[in-house]
Design a binder for this molecule. Structure first.
Ligand code: FAD
Ligand code: NAD
Length: 367
């Protein structure tokens, strides 16, 4: 039987309780925090075990229970934000009364720093794979029905495959299915699909294996990680995005979010660095978006263009940046996101500091 033996005596630490009706079992998590939402809770239900991890600031509160009775595969999760309460509603397989919730499994009722926790993986099915450029594809995977997981904007997950007995793990940043609303997949109510733009390197360790998966095969997906906070964009007026190659991936959801959810926004500009025109991910979507929404501009910079290219050329440089980073108003509130190969990001951040942008105005996406 689950007891409170491990519960912390500290009254500020999270706690849980449960109750039942004829057909439902509800587990209630009291986080004792206000800024809790559906991204704060990750639930996996497998066989008779239930694992619910609540992310509270830099800590993780784990409920891990071997359930005493069978429940149906799907469940619902509700968050009462203003009181920081989370409810996981399980459907009983049989309408019997439960005497106890179950027995504690590893680390049940623990509240520990996230850095001390292991990443948890669940198997996801490959639903579709679509060519985007000559080497980059849009992969769609589906979370199991028995998982609740939402990846926060700007965060990444790890994908894991076992190749000839060895586990290979690499990080990837989920994107939206498209930049344009008319091409977007209807969002399922519980966000079951996760999309990735992934470049396949022929000599790479992981990506050729991922590319070899057939539709219906499985890949393990970890819980999300990352330190980007979308709240930093509140009341923003100018957003500048500097992306190189697949460093474009974190920008996709940030761009969508900025254009739909920041009322103060005046301008979003993307400077997108690639080797050649053929390498530009979602070029026509970006151009269409810029045409449709006058707040958005995109500029392509190529490091290895053909002689026909009339646009900007070269690597990230003071000249390119100082011309690009013009504010729409003298003292507008700005934010800059940068992502790409490590030398690109490092040089970019240095150049931004040289141009007097402060640490608080820059987010660099790194490993
Ligand atoms: P690797 O085995 O790492 O090789 C990559 C390339 O380098 C190959 O061409 C290989 O031949 C070459 N190479 C390998 N070792 C050497 C060496 N010693 N000397 C010279 N060349 C070498 N990528 C995406 O496509 N999409 C994303 O959304 C994405 N998100 C990311 C998020 C984060 C936080 C981070 C850190 C990275 C992200 N990446 C993303 C990159 C991704 O994690 C992998 O690094 C990438 O997919 C390459 O993996 P791989 O195992 O196939 O290739
Ligand atoms: P790529 O080799 O096609 O290069 C794209 C552009 O990056 C080049 O055209 C050039 O402008 C710039 N660039 C490349 N090397 C440079 C250097 N040494 N100095 C200055 N600029 C340079 O890029 P890719 O193969 O698409 O690789 C994308 C990189 O982005 C990967 O290293 C990946 O790990 C990283 N990435 C990181 C994150 C993250 O940290 N969150 C997310 C996605 C991708």
């Amino acid at each position: 039987q689950v007891t409170d033996a491990l519960a912390k005596e500290d009254p500020s630490s999270p706690s849980y309780d449960w109750f039942q009706t004829d057909c439902l079992v509800t587990i209630v998590i009291y986080t004792k925090q206000k800024d809790i939402n559906l991204e704060s809770i990750i639930v996996d239900h497998q066989d008779d075990s239930l694992r619910a991890e609540t992310i509270i600031k830099d800590c993780s509160y784990l409920i891990h229970i071997g359930l005493s009775h069978e429940v149906q595969e799907d469940f619902s999760v509700r968050v009462v934000e203003n009181v920081g309460k989370i409810e996981i509603v399980l459907k009983k397989k049989e309408n019997a009364s439960w005497k106890c919730l179950g027995h504690p499994l590893e680390n049940h009722n623990s509240f520990i720093p996230r850095k001390d926790t292991d990443l948890y993986y669940r198997k996801c099915q490959l639903i579709s794979k679509e060519d985007v450029t000559h080497d980059t594809k849009l992969f769609c995977v589906m979370l199991p029905p028995s998982t609740h997981l939402q990846v926060p904007i700007g965060h990444h997950v790890y994908l894991k495959l076992t190749v000839t007995g060895t586990e290979i793990v690499k990080p990837y940043t989920p994107v939206s299915s498209s930049l344009l609303p008319e091409f977007k997949e209807p969002v399922l109510p519980n966000n079951k699909y996760i999309y990735f733009l992934i470049k396949v390197y022929p000599a790479g360790l992981f990506t050729p294996e991922l590319d070899h998966l057939r539709i219906g095969d499985f890949v393990s997906v970890s819980s999300p990680e990352g330190n980007f906070k979308i709240s930093i964009l509140q009341e923003l007026e100018d957003l500048f995005l500097l992306a190189a190659g697949t460093g474009f991936t974190p920008m996709v959801k940030i761009l969508n979010y900025a254009l739909t959810s920041i009322p103060s926004l005046r301008k979003v500009k993307l400077m997108f660095f690639n080797k050649t025109e053929d390498d530009i991910i979602w070029r026509s979507q970006l151009e269409k978006l810029a045409f449709k929404d006058e707040r958005f501009d995109v500029e392509f910079v190529l490091s290895a263009p053909t002689s026909e290219w009339t646009g900007k050329q070269g690597h990230i440089s003071p000249a390119l940046l100082s011309e690009f980073l013009k504010r729409s108003l003298d003292k507008s509130k700005v934010f800059i996101c940068i992502c790409g190969p490590t030398p690109f990001t490092e040089q970019g951040v240095k150049l931004l500091h040289d141009l007097n942008f402060s640490k608080d105005e820059i987010h660099s996406f790194t490993a």
